[in-house]
Every structure is written in structure tokens, then in C-alpha cells.
Design a protein around this ligand. Structure first.
Ligand code: 5GP
Length: 304
């Protein structure tokens, strides 16, 4: 039986998005912005990644200087079938391919290394303000736009603040594997990070910032261990309460629910790589961005 029209349309949209993200990865390898070894490593650590769906042959072909004849010869020598995807490699094939890539294509010439930074922290700590400030003042950083099932607040713009979607659409996105992570926040609405724009930006050598809740941050760390987790702290608990009440956009019941979540969230700060205190938006934003750069420098030394 044929799938219904809507499912087919959604599946073909997902397929087009995946193809584009794979093309972005191959381009990045071809332009030496991303090493083929790191593509293999991402594919092996995260079976859900775009990299995992890449064919070995296509990865090899994207390495500068390797044409189809040599690639076919290399694949025969590595004993890897030409249709194999990175996720489908056996342990010995993984080892042989890795060894080949380390020797053949270790270099990333452009130092604009990809970075995925997750900014989390308790509710009302000012994550949104800090990330908006970063979006407006650091155009080289891509701020991921989440999908949510909650209704827009006054002034929020669809496609900029969030993609505001129905429950049915959110279900569809989960089923199509479109999320890097998703979670129910404040026991209420669902929020999720669309995967494709992130894969494409990372492959293009951009830094990416996710402003998400703590459950989401944990999921990202699992899917992409190289992600840097930053925890934004209020100067004091009293200040956090003041900010929460001060916003005045939620009902009393909603405020109570958010305070409860915030207490639990504050307890999670030790799981994070860095902590930044949000005394002043500009300073906190600068600190987060600086962390991205410090990371780049450290990574660079690690790779030398
Ligand atoms: P708000 O409804 O106030 O915009 O956001 C509520 C919470 O949802 C915030 O803590 C925010 O960080 C979190 N959030 C926003 N987008 C995402 C997402 O894509 N994934 C997860 N896990 N949390 C998100």
C-alpha cells in the first residue's frame, strides 16, 4: 500500500534536507575546512548524525586530489564495498579507513574550526537575552531556531524566535528524525532543535549556539560529545526570582512551575563544561563568545 500523500511529501522534504546537509559536509572536506577523519569520528560516535549516512566512497571523493579511479582502488584495498555508508562499517573496516584518512588527509587548513556551544541554565536567567545579543552582535555565530508547540508571546516572530508548530507537526518532525534533541519543558510544551541547519553550519565551518534547556543540553552532549556546554548563572537566587516575576508574562501558577524547574536546573550546573554569571548581558555574551574562541585555540593545539 502506498503511504498517504502528506507522509510522502514530508519524507521527500526530509530526504532533500539530508542530501543538502551531506553535500555541505562533502564541500567542507573538499575545501579543507573539515578533516575527513573528524567526519568519520562524528559518524561513529553518533549514528543519528548526517555524517553517519554518508557513503564512504563519497567521503573519499570529497578529499582534494582523489579521483574516482584512485578511490575505487583504495576501497578495494580497504576491503570496503562501494555502496557502504559510514554507519555500516565493521570494526576492522573502521580501523583501516581511519588509518588511511589520518595518513592521507589529516589537514584542516582553515583554522575556523566548527564549534557547537550549548547555552543552558535555569529559567529566566536571561539565556534568551544573551543569545539574542549574540545573534545581533556576532553574525559569524549561527543561533539555532527551535521548534515549539507553545503559543507565540506578543512580539515573537515565527521563524526568528521559534518555529511555532502544532502538536501534529511536532510529532511528524520527531518521526522524520528532524530533531537533534527535543524535550518537554516546564511539564508543558515541547521544544526541539532542528538538526539540518546545524549540520550544515558546522560543515561550513561556522560556530553554532543552541539556547535550550538542561535535558536538551544532556541529549546534545550524548549525540555530539565535542559540544561545549555552558551554564548561565544568575548573580543570586533572589535576583533570579526577581527576574522571573519581573517579566510579568506568566500566570502565578506558571511562575511557581518555573521556580520549581529552576531549583532543579540550578542543581545540574556541575555537569557543564563552563559557568558564566549573567550580571550584565553584554559581558555574559562576550564571555560565551570568548569561550568559543578559547576552545578553537585549544583544539588547534590538540590537533598539531
Ligand atoms: P520559553 O518558553 O520561555 O521561550 O522557553 C522555555 C525553555 O525552553 C527555555 O529554558 C529554553 O531554553 C528552552 N528551549 C528553547 N528551545 C529549546 C529546544 O529546542 N530544546 C530544548 N530542550 N529546550 C528548549
Amino acid at each position: 500500500m502506498n503511504p498517504p500523500e502528506v507522509d510522502r511529501a514530508a519524507a521527500s522534504r526530509a530526504a532533500v534536507a539530508a542530501r543538502r546537509a551531506r553535500a555541505a559536509v562533502k564541500n567542507a572536506v573538499n575545501e579543507r575546512r573539515l578533516s575527513a577523519v573528524s567526519v568519520l569520528d562524528t559518524a561513529l560516535t553518533s549514528t543519528e548524525s548526517i555524517e553517519a549516512t554518508l557513503r564512504v566512497r563519497d567521503l573519499l571523493l570529497s578529499i582534494p586530489g582523489l579521483g574516482p579511479i584512485r578511490v575505487d582502488r583504495i576501497m578495494t584495498r580497504l576491503e570496503i564495498a562501494s555502496s557502504k555508508r559510514l554507519s555500516g562499517l565493521g570494526v576492522h573496516q573502521q580501523e583501516r579507513l581511519r588509518e588511511f584518512l589520518v595518513k592521507r588527509a589529516p589537514v584542516v587548513e582553515n583554522t575556523g574550526l566548527s564549534r557547537l556551544v550549548v547555552l543552558a541554565g535555569p529559567t529566566a536567567v536571561g539565556k534568551g537575552t544573551v543569545s539574542t545579543y549574540i545573534r545581533e552582535n556576532y553574525p559569524e555565530v549561527l543561533l539555532s531556531v527551535s521548534a515549539t508547540t507553545r503559543a507565540p508571546r506578543p512580539g515573537e516572530i515565527d521563524g526568528v524566535s521559534y518555529y511555532f508548530v502544532s502538536d501534529e507537526e511536532f510529532d511528524r518532525m520527531i518521526e522524520a528524525g528532524e530533531f537533534l534533541e527535543w524535550a518537554v519543558v516546564h511539564n508543558k510544551s515541547r521544544y526541539g532543535t532542528p538538526r539540518t541547519p546545524i549540520d550544515a553550519a558546522l560543515a561550513a565551518g561556522k560556530s553554532v549556539l543552541l539556547e535550550i534547556d538542561i535535558q536538551g543540553a544532556r541529549q546534545v552532549k550524548q549525540a555530539m560529545p565535542a559540544a561545549t556546554l555552558v551554564f548561565l548563572l544568575p548573580p543570586t537566587w533572589e535576583e533570579l526570582v526577581r527576574r522571573l516575576i519581573g517579566r510579568g508574562t506568566e500566570t502565578l501558577e506558571e511562575q511557581e512551575r518555573r521556580l520549581t524547574t529552576a531549583r532543579v536546573e540550578l542543581a545540574a550546573q556541575d555537569e557543564f563544561d563552563y559557568r558564566v554569571v549573567n550580571r550584565d548581558v553584554r559581558a555574559a555574551a562576550a564571555e560565551v563568545v570568548e569561550l568559543m574562541q578559547i576552545q578553537k585555540a585549544t583544539d588547534l593545539h590538540g590537533k598539531e
